[in-house]
Design a protein around this ligand. Structure first.
Ligand SMILES: Nc1ncnc2c1ncn2[C@@H]1O[C@H](COP(=O)(O)OP(=O)(O)OP(=O)(O)O)[C@@H](O)[C@H]1O
Ligand SMILES: [Mg+2]
Length: 356
């Protein structure tokens, strides 16, 4: 007798992809079934060439089809999915949401606070980690995204050396001090300089953001790369709801920094939240934060004094707001955090007086 084609297809439902843990029939991996007398030939399309699961498929197909009446001989060959087939597959695995639709895998209710500056070395990363840690201390679920592809110092500042784990194609961020961290530095070899071009970086950012399993976050704090370059614009597209917090030094260079920050916010469609003056003290002059806030017509959210403990804690991988909460630097950042919380979009709060 000639085996029944329907029976063969039904038997193939028992063949499970060992990684995706679903039947090959459901995953559209069965490409061809030919029946020639008692000889059945099956072709299975693998997700990637050189997939190490061939022997498992061979064993399973042999066993499943061996039970179908009339089957005397089974041959199995492999093919590889086209990129379109792969995309259909991952879409299906994600529950019908395509990657492009999905964008960044953040909850709609997650607030995104992007920490930016007009120039380097003003304490952007220090503010990022301490703001994030202070928000977590207030009971929020907080993620930190180190998007400063040129600096990526956040893993060091949080004392995180382990890399993210891949589970079923989801990137699971490492956690420290109750903060989930994702850094592009995790995906670069050693500490070599980043020389990717804009479009490549955009795709990399998009992919690693959409595949990151953030879970339910209240706030994502982003350490932005300097300037208005490709990366900032990409992030603006990927994180359209972001609010920008501009860190500046006390030198009254307001005009220049202000125009840069304004251009950045405009180019990236982000809303300016306010200004934080860092390294306040006499050495660097004063009034920079105030002048910048006035120029941008946003509030000055606070002044963080020069405090060696902010640097020491950073070097030790421990946010100062956790390690030495009473130090002047940490206390100032805690106060800034309260201002940030009070200015949550849509929150019912009276207009707070501008500090300073
Ligand atoms: N208020 C402060 N008091 C003392 N040291 C500070 C203060 N803020 C930041 N620092 C120190 O200044 C240095 C630069 O800070 P940080 O790395 O946070 O700046 P950044 O703007 O992220 O720099 P980059 O542009 O290199 O990414 C660090 O050594 C940090 O510990
Ligand atoms: Mg930095």
């Amino acid at each position: 007798m000639t085996p029944d084609r329907e029976a063969i297809l039904q038997a193939l439902e028992q063949v499970i992809d060992p990684e995706l843990r679903k039947p090959v029939t459901e995953l559209d991996m069965v490409r061809e079934v030919t029946v020639d007398g008692g000889h059945v030939a099956v072709t299975i399309a693998l997700t990637v060439a050189g997939c190490p699961l061939r022997s498992s498929f061979e064993e399973q197909v042999g066993r499943a089809l061996g039970e179908v009446p009339g089957v005397k001989e089974v041959s199995l060959s492999f093919d590889v999915m086209t990129p379109e087939e792969r995309e259909r597959l991952t879409t299906r695995l994600r529950g019908g949401v395509t990657q492009r639709d999905k964008g960044i895998s953040l909850d709609a209710s997650t607030r995104v606070v992007a920490v930016a500056s007009g120039k380097g070395g003003v304490g952007k990363s220090t503010v990022t980690v301490n703001l994030a840690a202070a928000l977590a201390q207030l009971g929020q679920q907080v993620g930190v995204l180190d998007a400063d592809v040129y600096g990526h110092s956040i893993p060091h500042l949080l004392g995180i050396s382990q890399r993210p784990v891949l589970v079923d194609r989801m990137i699971v961020p490492p956690v420290k001090h109750d903060l989930k961290l994702m850094s592009i530095g995790f995906f670069l070899d050693d500490n070599g300089p980043v020389m990717w071009r804009g479009p490549m970086l955009h795709r990399a950012l998009e992919q690693f953001l959409s595949d990151v399993h953030w879970g339910e976050l209240d706030t994502l704090v982003v350490d932005m790369p300097p300037g208005t370059g490709d990366v900032s614009i990409s992030l603006g597209q990927l994180l359209p709801r972001a609010e920008v917090l501009v860190v500046t030094t006390p030198q009254p260079l307001a005009q220049e920094v202000a125009s840069r920050a304004a251009v950045m916010a405009q180019k990236t469609n982000m809303r300016l939240l306010g200004v934080v003056e860092n390294m306040s003290g006499d050495v660097f002059g004063s009034g920079g934060g105030e002048a910048l806030a006035a120029q941008l017509e946003v509030p000055l959210l606070g002044r963080i004094p020069l405090d060696p403990r902010l640097r020491e804690c950073g070097d030790a991988g421990e946010p100062a707001v956790l390690a030495v909460p009473r130090s002047p630097g940490a206390a100032a950042i805690a106060a800034v955090t309260e201002e940030v919380v009070a200015r949550r979009p849509g929150s019912i709060s009276k207009a707070l007086p501008v500090l300073g």
